[in-house]
Write a protein that binds this ligand. Structure first.
Ligand SMILES: [Zn+2]
Ligand SMILES: [Zn+2]
Length: 464
């Protein structure tokens, strides 16, 4: 088996891993790099032919985050015979998110915010639609390529990460032996508010493991109930003093989880029912997909609906924004990293100097992002300066800034327990910072000296 990372493996780049299984060419995920723009955000599809001397027959899309699916339309255009495989919920989300991405790229190009042409158009997406096949969890599906020397089958396991997310198990034959490979993709063993913990096979030969939380010692020291309690207390305090709580979120996944949690806190009387919750944009359409699939996808409680939680729209006009920022209120808006020029960045600049307000970070603030700069400035003490956007500030951080671990990813001890359980001969570590992958490699090698641990570099072929 040949493995070739087509996206940057040092960090959360474009997830895209090529496999050659005895003549069958597979791609696991086809993401775009959120920190890059235009063609630079794409995986190096050209390397499939150039470096691996192969072709892509099938693509597997594990979930609807852009770093895992944003380049799928480019992939299927580039390899016209390729079919794409995903769960039904992921397809429903792609049907909404990919056209939204096409419109956004067009708008940015027209406004001169980027010099790059859009990677794909809405019309093109419609023409590609029939290439996307869906499969139930736990059912075999065929992935054998036309030049495959032996059959390859796939099977999805719920990954516990976001709606529709799946890990994939591959069965294939090599040198006359039955082989198994499991790709965790982004995975979470523990239940969240909406999505229950992930499921995994009993055993495997080769494990491709995500490592997002590999350098996060605090994650394993906290539990979800503790974090929920801390979140409840901080939020109640901010609202009692009449403040605004800004919760920057990813529109896909984290937003819906937070809304249902806020609904629960209102029902429990932990925060006043009358406090308005403001949301914006595509988050609402995604909530609809969450709600319409609540009986057909894994749920903690299928009676919970995102839209049962009362939401108001963040107004467009500056004056109206000023009024609602008087508080008390809760803003659940994107982007999670507070990137420019998203709403969370705009609103954060408005509240960061106010002592009674708060920014509650509920994801992992990546290095180099405004969310990370805010967290680091707040850690220096009250009034420390922060630059949230070019040409604005520095501003003193007077508001409360707290980070909560509501991650959609397993902590590193849980990731190690996946290795313990599956007991693979070979582990390929992907989707994490260099320190994260190093920590994981060290601990796997210590516990399983007989296991081959690889940290594949972007672009180099690994023979397994
Ligand atoms: Zn993800
Ligand atoms: Zn990811």
């Amino acid at each position: 088996m040949k493995f070739l990372a087509l996206g940057d493996t040092d960090g959360i780049g474009a997830s895209c891993h090529f496999l050659d299984l005895n003549g069958t060419g597979l791609v696991l995920d086809a993401g775009t790099d959120p920190q890059r723009d235009g063609p630079n955000s794409l995986p190096r599809f050209d390397w499939v032919q150039d470096r691996a001397d192969s072709y892509v027959d099938h693509a597997i899309v594990t979930h609807a985050h852009h770093d895992h699916m944003g380049s799928l339309p480019v992939l299927v255009r580039r390899f016209p015979h390729a079919m794409a495989h995903m769960t039904d919920a992921t397809k429903k989300l792609l049907d909404f998110l990919l056209p939204a991405s096409a419109r956004l790229q067009k708008k940015r190009h027209e406004k001169g915010e980027t010099s790059h042409d859009p990677l794909f158009t809405e019309d093109e997406l419609e023409a590609l639609h029939h290439l996307y096949l869906t499969h139930d969890l736990g059912r075999d599906f065929d992935l054998t390529g036309p030049k495959g020397a032996a059959p390859v089958t796939g099977q999805f396991y719920s990954a516990g990460h976001i709606l529709g997310s799946a890990g994939v198990e591959l069965h294939f034959e090599e040198w006359g032996r039955e082989r198994r490979l499991f790709y965790t993709s982004d995975t979470n063993m523990q239940a969240q508010t909406i999505i229950p913990g992930g499921e995994y096979p009993e055993t495997t030969d080769t494990l491709i493991l995500e490592t997002t939380q590999g350098a996060e010692p605090e994650a394993e020291a906290t539990s979800r109930p503790e974090e929920r309690e801390r979140f409840r207390k901080t939020l109640a305090r901010v609202l009692t003093q009449g403040g605004t709580a800004l919760i920057p979120v990813f529109v896909m996944g984290r937003a819906q989880e937070m809304l249902v949690l806020l609904g629960q806190l209102k029902r429990e009387g932990a925060i006043p029912r009358s406090v308005p919750i403001y949301t914006a944009g595509s988050m609402r359409a995604i909530a609809e997909v969450y709600d319409e699939t609540r009986d057909t996808t894994p749920r903690v409680d299928s009676s919970e609906e995102v839209f049962a939680v009362n939401q108001e729209r963040v107004p467009y006009e500056a004056e109206a924004k000023r009024e609602i920022l008087d508080g008390p209120g809760i803003m659940v808006v994107s982007s999670g990293m507070m990137l420019e020029p998203t709403l969370s960045n705009v609103l954060a600049r408005r509240i960061v100097e106010n002592e009674k307000d708060a920014v509650l970070l509920v994801g992992h603030p990546a290095e180099g992002t405004p969310a990370r700069r805010l967290k680091d400035a707040a850690a220096e003490g009250p009034g420390a300066p922060v630059m949230l956007a070019d040409g604005h500030g520095p501003q003193p951080v007077n508001c409360t800034v707290e980070r909560f671990r509501f991650s959609g990813h397993s902590d590193r001890r849980d990731l190690l327990s996946i290795v313990d359980r599956l007991d693979p001969e070979t582990v390929l570590l992907v989707h994490g910072d260099p320190e994260a992958r190093a920590w994981m490699a060290e601990h796997i090698e210590e516990a399983h000296p007989e296991t081959d641990v690889h940290r594949p570099d972007w672009g180099s072929v690994v023979e397994v």
